[in-house]
Design a protein around this ligand. Structure first.
Ligand SMILES: *Cc1c(COP(=O)(O)O)cnc(C)c1O
Length: 456
């Protein structure tokens, strides 16, 4: 087979999906609604209007199975989509596994991750609604970069609160956002009540996604020309990301394959939901039967060690209450290197799908993930972002199990971003300084004691 094996499965532009897929109507029951933090009643579209444009609010609650992708969005998607699906032949050989490993590579986008798949439509719908400025948070910097890029294309201003620890460690991410024209603040900042309240106690606070969200929401809620954009967690974000799975379905079909196992990393759940939901549709319709498994960091394990409850999406408690797997909105995770996975909650839709027993979850320690990343880089050539190293480590575990059992499983994963701005994390691993933190139950118990009270 030398020289003939297919490594890269490409679609042409005419095969770019023209609709996003909404999994909700295909589920046995719908996910519980978000609640207003004051009245504890389900939020209506008008409650969300200060934060989001109506097109996105309607996508958040839509019962339609498919939503058309606007032509203006498709035109931007075509800068990098359809993205390639790779068969990891060299990794398979290194593992000596009979499994076949495929990875959908989203690092080919201008921002270097899957995040522009939703940043572009979010900027488009805001611009269409006459909004002047978007505010947002960013953890590792991927989302802030994607929204800065998308804002530039649609003529919007963009103001980003970047988690302090990342701001200090990743100046190049900040510079990239500024290159696209965004204004970037270290969070917690002195520009908001939420930020000031935290800086009083600790001016050098490393920040968290929950704090940065509070700051960005606070600023958007006070300015009628400004809206807020979220890069994960919400239904409309997962909806936009389904282009990943729809393309992967076509690509696997082109080589006559069906996945036996799908693994993906989960921070707020968007790249995983985006990859997995179109396959879940096929599974629920009886056309295939993959095992679908979410992989999260052991130091921020909302699915495997959190509770399923209503909680705030942010630290200050300003957002609607979301029914989700959560570690508590006041939980500040250890500063692990996969900044994009350091979120206390999980997408309500993905949490619901997990509760329904339609997906599994696994938590992995970061040193195993970086060992997998090195093996991947040294065989496949791509240096992964720290987040998808979790997906790769899980894929390698599965492939090793096939080596033992002799099973020829087809494993599919998303390599949702490259790690070119995350080399400090690699250095920490290469120099032997990276450690695995064991989070005791008490630390979760403290934050979970603070969950908002919601009548059953
Ligand atoms: C943001 C990000 C994540 C985590 O977010 P999800 O919504 O869970 O996908 C994972 N990987 C990369 C590369 C990211 O940028």
């Amino acid at each position: 087979m030398a020289g003939t094996a297919q490594h890269k499965i490409l679609l042409d532009e005419s095969q770019l999906p023209t609709q996003w897929y909404n999994v909700v109507p295909d589920l046995p029951s719908p996910p519980p609604p978000p609640l207003h933090p004051g009245t504890l009643q389900p939020v209506g579209p008008d409650d969300l209007a200060p934060l989001f444009p109506m097109d996105l609010i309607l996508q958040e609650v839509t019962g339609e199975r498919y939503v058309d992708i606007p032509g203006e969005v498709l035109d931007v998607y075509k800068l990098w989509r359809p993205s390639p699906l790779y068969r990891a032949h060299r990794l398979e050989q290194a593992l000596g596994t009979p499994a076949r490993i495929y990875y959908k590579y989203e690092g080919v986008s201008p921002a270097g991750s899957h995040k522009p798949n939703t940043a572009v439509p979010q900027a488009f719908y805001n611009a269409k609604a006459g909004v002047r400025k978007l505010t947002t948070e960013t953890g590792a910097g991927q989302w802030g970069t994607a929204l800065s890029f998308a804002s530039a294309l649609f003529g919007l201003e963009c103001e980003v609160w970047m988690v302090g620890a990342s701001y200090d460690q990743k100046p190049y991410r900040r510079i990239m956002m500024e290159t696209y024209g965004a204004q970037v603040h270290r969070s917690p900042s002195d520009l908001t009540q939420a930020g000031k309240a935290i800086r009083v106690d600790n001016p050098e606070h490393p920040g968290s996604l929950g704090i940065a969200i509070s700051e960005a929401v606070e600023v958007a809620a006070q300015d009628p020309d400004t809206r807020y954009a979220l890069g994960s967690v919400l239904n409309h974000v997962l909806l936009h990301q389904t282009v990943i799975g729809e393309e992967a379905l076509l690509q696997l079909a082109a080589v006559d394959e069906q996945p036996d196992v799908i693994v993906g990393c989960t921070g707020g759940g968007s790249n995983f939901g985006g990859l997995a939901f179109p396959f879940l549709r096929e599974k629920l319709a009886g056309r295939m039967s993959p095992t679908i498994r979410a992989v999260e960091p052991a130091s921020c394990p909302s699915l495997t060690r959190g509770v399923y409850a209503y909680d705030f999406g942010d630290t200050a408690g300003m957002t609607p209450l979301l029914k989700m797997h959560t570690l508590g909105h006041r939980f500040i995770p250890d500063p692990i290197h996969a900044g994009g996975l350091r979120y206390h909650g999980m997408s309500p839709l993905l949490s619901h799908v997990y509760e329904l027993g339609l997906i599994e979850a696994l938590a992995l320690p970061q040193t195993e993930c970086f060992a997998a990343a090195l093996q991947f880089a040294r065989t496949e050539g791509i240096v992964p972002a720290p987040e998808p190293t979790h997906a790769l480590a899980a894929a390698i575990r599965e492939a090793q199990a096939c080596t033992e059992s002799g099973e020829e499983k087809v494993i599919l994963t998303a390599l949702c971003g490259h790690g070119h701005f995350d080399l400090a994390a690699y250095e920490s691993y290469l120099s032997g300084r990276m450690v695995d933190e064991d989070v005791p139950d008490e630390r979760f118990a403290d934050a979970l004691a603070d969950l908002p009270e919601v009548p059953a």
